[in-house]
Write a protein that binds this ligand. Sequence first.
Ligand SMILES: [Zn+2]
Length: 247
Amino acid sequence: MKAELKQLIALQNADTCIRKLKADLDAVPERRAEIDKEFDQRAFEFKTAEAQRDAARERRASLEAELAETRAKAEHSDRALMASTNEKEYTAAIREADAARKHASQLETQILEQMEAVETAEKRMAELEPEVAKLRAERDEQLAAFELSVEREAERVDECRREREQLLAELPKPMGALFNRISSRIRNGVAVAEAKNGACTACFMSLRPQVMADIRRGDEIIICDNCNRILYYAGSAAAAEQAQTIS
Ligand SMILES: [Zn+2]
């Protein structure tokens, strides 16, 4: 029985390892984003200039499109002017062509302004570039180290899963089933708990001296009346060592 209790504890350790690593691995996108966010914060001024450049480029592109349309409109008015057969048509065409040319000239001014804004932003970016290159290299290093640690976590979780399967296969079937039943019912999945100083360390319920003595002997599986966990006594050095890795 003592050997089986040890196996149950090892099984619990494997489960705890799997659960913790799985939580870490589930959080990988957020952990990665955190590194990017830190870079963005440190490179704030550069990022601002970059955003200003992009906005100015976009604005310029839409102004260029509007200018092309306006020029087409002016040409259309010119043709209408040539084809006009009376005073009224003639005056309307002149007015339209004038308005279009005036608008085109305003657009050209605005385009120049956006080109200047792009230039200013690019100049600021160039000034900040050496510093940002350093920050970028640091971030890339951090990301590479992070990916490596994620890889190791993934390997370790596989190891724990294999270990769990093996432990479960070695245990008598009813005991394995009991463990799985308890572990699936309990919120944090911890199915075994240490009995210490006359109490269950998981739910703090006190245990009768007789029960405590039975647990200490370890001849049979004893379950906490209150939280339904399998109780063990970590008196021996080996068991205590095992137990430490659980808590
Ligand atoms: Zn308990």
